[in-house]
Design a binder for this molecule. Structure first.
Ligand code: SF4
Length: 377
């Protein structure tokens, strides 16, 4: 079984903190050319991989909800024509408030979208504006209400913390609002200042006032303590879900399972091979139109790299590393390879162990990077 990711690289405008592969574009011709290219890539991948069985589909971006719903319907039909999509496939679309309506969400639901991931980030208009988001809080409320009216029963909201001028009180207001929405999933993101973004430029010019480390830690603690009290259990470092609503698609990445990435900047992973598509939208369109694969780089994971990735990706999840699965996969005991790292992390109270698993403690989740680095030798 494969998971399928389809990248839609368009946004109405670039958020000030964002270094994701997306461009500000509002051109129907460009959108249509891109859809045609994606369909060509689907056909090319099918020729190489055969009729794969697909268990999840994820439209990420960018802002997939910028496209007319009919375009998403066309892409889903193209996928179903070439691959075998499970009847119970989880099919997610990332959406931003201000780019959806009741009508568009109803159509998306009819085309097969059964999970919506909405980029809310915060509920204060001044914060949203400062982040360069295109929406205001009223549009957030409308988007969530419309999603429910449209019949979507699996809704995830994104929340950001550690934002310039964000206080603990503002964060708690946002969380309270989230908790009153009858939603199923919440993803949290601590703001990182990424190279090349407007925020990075502002920081360089001393024009960005970020909360200090102590306040960011208080925000993190507040989120991770509050959400579980309200039925959202933490199944991965940055993700909380009501029982049975974990993102099946994202679990693929953390469980060393195969996935196919279609679209510009998408990457694929199967048979320990990773393939990367070009980030350039125009180059992507041209290459696919020439009936060539848009991959620009291929990497085969050697045994050491595969083990490292297996471990640190699994550690992101609440179940951690399954020792038997490690043994079955690599034909050796995990202690033969990582004894020193495991003992060190256990002595620092970052890692705990039971008969079957090695997993991060709550402290380990907080300082995840320290734990992950221990597995990179
Ligand atoms: S909407 Fe998302 S992908 Fe687009 S610029 Fe903002 S953060 Fe980046």
């Amino acid at each position: 079984m494969f998971s399928l990711y389809i990248h839609i690289p368009f946004c109405r405008q670039k958020c000030f903190y964002c270094d994701f592969p997306s461009i500000a574009a509002n051109s129907t011709t460009l959108y249509n050319d891109y859809i045609t290219a994606v369909i060509k890539e689907i056909n090319l991948r099918r020729q190489i991989l055969g009729p794969l069985k697909i268990s999840t589909i994820y439209f990420g971006g960018g802002t997939p909800s910028l496209l007319p719903p009919e375009s998403i319907g066309i892409l889903l039909s193209a996928v179903s024509a070439k691959f075998i999509v499970s009847s119970d496939a989880e099919i997610t679309l990332e959406a931003n408030p201000g780019t959806v309506s009741l009508d568009s969400l109803q159509k998306l639901n009819q085309y097969g979208i059964n999970r919506l991931s909405i980029g809310v980030q915060a509920t204060q208009n001044n914060l949203l504006k400062f982040l360069g988001r295109i929406h205001n809080f009223k549009q957030v409320q409308t988007a969530v209400d419309d999603a429910k009216k449209a019949g979507l029963k699996n809704i995830s909201l994104d929340l950001m913390y550690g934002l310039p001028s964000q206080s603990l009180k503002m964060l708690s207001e946002s969380i309270n609002w989230f908790l009153n929405q009858d939603i199923q999933h919440i993803s949290i993101y601590g703001l990182q200042i990424e190279k090349g973004t407007r925020f990075a430029h502002m920081q360089l010019n001393n024009k960005l006032s970020l909360p200090n480390d102590e306040l960011v830690e208080q925000m993190y603690d507040y989120i991770t303590n509050t959400l579980p009290l309200h039925g959202f259990y933490r199944y991965e470092i940055s993700n909380f879900a009501k029982p049975t609503f974990e993102s099946r698609h994202n679990m693929t990445y953390w469980q060393d399972k195969p996935y196919l990435g279609i679209g510009c900047a998408a990457h694929s992973y199967y048979n320990q091979q990773r393939t990367y598509n070009t980030h350039n939208v125009y180059k992507y369109i041209k290459t696919c139109n020439d009936n060539l694969l848009p991959s620009i780089k291929e990497e085969t994971l050697d045994r050491k790299k595969w083990m490292e990735e297996f471990c640190f990706l699994a550690l992101r999840t609440v179940d951690g590393i399954n020792k038997t699965k490690f043994k079955d996969t690599f034909n050796c005991n995990i202690y033969d390879i990582y004894c020193e790292s495991i003992n060190k992390l256990k002595s620092q109270h970052l890692l705990s162990e039971d008969k079957e698993h090695l997993c991060l403690t709550p402290l380990g989740m907080k300082f995840g990077n320290t734990a992950f680095e221990s597995f990179l030798q």
